[in-house]
Design a protein around this ligand. Sequence first.
Ligand SMILES: NC(=O)c1ccc[n+]([C@@H]2O[C@H](COP(=O)([O-])OP(=O)(O)OC[C@H]3O[C@@H](n4cnc5c(N)ncnc54)[C@H](OP(=O)(O)O)[C@@H]3O)[C@@H](O)[C@H]2O)c1
Length: 256
Amino acid sequence: MTQRPKHPRSALITGASAGIGRALAERLASRGTDVVLVARRAELLDEVRAGIERSGGRARVLALDVSRPDEVVEAIAALDRELPLDMVVANAGIGGSIAASDMTWAKVAPVLQINVMGAISTLCAALPGMIARGRGHVVGVSSLAGIRGLPKTAPYSASKAALSTFLESLAIDLEETGVFVTDVRPGYVKTDLTAGRTYKMPGLMELADAIDIITRGLDDGARVVAFPKRLAAALGATRALPIAAYAKLARRVISR
Ligand SMILES: NC(=O)c1ccc[n+]([C@@H]2O[C@H](COP(=O)([O-])OP(=O)(O)OC[C@H]3O[C@@H](n4cnc5c(N)ncnc54)[C@H](OP(=O)(O)O)[C@@H]3O)[C@@H](O)[C@H]2O)c1
């Protein structure tokens, strides 16, 4: 039976300089978790750390570019030896629409490098310590966009499908180890990632509401936290559709 630390004593969160990662780090810190803030913009991480400390919490900064997986593994593994991690949240990610006519490798590569290599190297770095201690919570922030290939989002949808599939396999393999796995699949949330987008974003959600849902899911030990529920259910239902019917529906409903 997997034991999950309900209130993690320590958590490392990537993408903690902004958006979901920052708000989640602040929420965890407000509940007593010692948080490690990871992103590239060290000055923003310092601001987040200072805010957490002013509120009585504990935080430290680890400036890293997750698109360099070897450095990620080395830095997080070293940190885990000093501060054994109860939770790791692979959240750092980039989005963006790319039409097929504009599909250059230069545009595709960073999406895969950050969202797939960055996220999976983050999780791999923390796993050995957690397994050895028989305790841990591995969290990936994927997306509803990984459920099916969305129009004009091929690299992003593919990157999130890869992360979700990785987490699904991992959850099976980690049964009985004491290390628990959660796949967080948000819909549209108001952050820098969605700011300025002109296309329709059904169910667009306030950041604080998203963080409420995510922390509740983590507390409850949910294997998948997919939200908002109606959008998640609708996208889930399309998995039963054959590709031709799905493509027709996707073109009609999701206009970008
Ligand atoms: N917002 C949504 O609607 C939505 C929906 C579904 C899924 N998601 C997923 O949620 C996660 C967070 O998104 P968000 O909306 O909070 O985005 P955001 O506000 O744009 O924040 C992205 C975070 O990722 C970090 N990051 C990006 N590239 C990085 C790199 N190479 N190395 C280290 N950190 C990097 C950024 O920090 P630096 O720039 O300082 O490095 C920033 O802290 C992403 O994985 C995204 O795909 C978001």
